[in-house]
Design a protein around this ligand. Sequence first.
Ligand SMILES: O=C(O)CCC(=O)C(=O)O
Ligand SMILES: [Fe+2]
Length: 388
Amino acid sequence: MSKSTGPALACLRRAYTKGCILQALADALDCFYNGAQTSALSSIRWLDKAIIIAGAPGEGKLDLILDTIGNVQADFLGRGAEEVVAGLPPEPPQRLTTTLGSMKTAVNSIPRLGRPPSLASFVSHMAQQPFILSGFIQDWPALNEHPWRSPRYLRSIAGPGRIVPVEIGDDYRKDEWTQALMPWDEFLDKVMPSPKSTQASDLPVLYLAQHNLFLQFPALQSDVIVPDYVYSSLPPPPDFPHYEPPTNADQLVMNAWLGPASTVSPAHTDPFYNFYAQAVGRKTVWLAPPDVGPSMYPFPPPGTAADRPHNPAANHTNASMSNTSQVDVFSSPDGDGTAHRPFPLFWENVVDRAMCATLEPGDLLFFPPGWWHAMRSEEVSFSVSMWF
Ligand SMILES: O=C(O)CCC(=O)C(=O)O
Ligand SMILES: [Fe+2]
């Protein structure tokens, strides 16, 4: 969900951040005087909440919070400063857990460009259509000396006691879908279990989705190399005239997407240009142009009579789901002829214009604002979206 910057909300965020810091200090003091490790964990939890829930606004607040987390970990949880695990030997490739069926919902492939466009041609015309640059992020530290596919590395950059926001359930349109804060270590154990561990496969799918993990774990920021294209200022595309870049200082919003096989983000639109980097695992992407909107059967806006009785709290982008399609592009039956086919306009107007591809680790996908996109992970997958 994009964070609103309204003055009242900004004020609440600052107040919440200060409240969290005070709570964290009280817990740290308790730990100091009474030696209770649970207080140290609680202290870190409050500090993480300030980042996750409020974004830790205010001059120097994020640095203060991260320093304090480091100190609490070092003083009470036995974490040394130099414990980041780097340069691990390559791990065996991950086993594919699902097989790709042929996509009946898209007749086209997302073009893979032979070579990266120049900045000038990107700005003048290439930015109007989706494309993939195969292997473009192959040099990121995240794929090399700081391997994001290694749970050991991911644990080491965080240290003990950290929590992260997680979506529970395989599809945010379903009623049983929910969100929770969960210990990072536990999340990694569940999502990237060691080959020896026996994980029950009927557990609900966990997905760390659309979260700025880089604020919480700044070490991850130096594992990515943001492509220069992101800093070019692009005009609103002709088919999406309301485009405006993100309002933060860099006009760039980076989010992490980490989960097991079979996470699904249903088809939806976002109002930004997107460079989407695939760091770990394979992910299948489905895209369709903005003007197919009415044939995508979006959920009605909140408050209208046809709105669903229970609308999951917020989808990845908006509190409302009116930017999200009811069509399951990964598993929609095409029916037995037009008479019994659900979502007939989708089959008539969208499928011929939709494109799909399976991203491999190292690939970089681009698509413009307003494009319908859906993603499904084929195995454990870690991606970074860069909205600009
Ligand atoms: O990776 C996903 O599951 C969805 C990504 C997405 O919606 C985005 O980058 O805007
Ligand atoms: Fe999206």
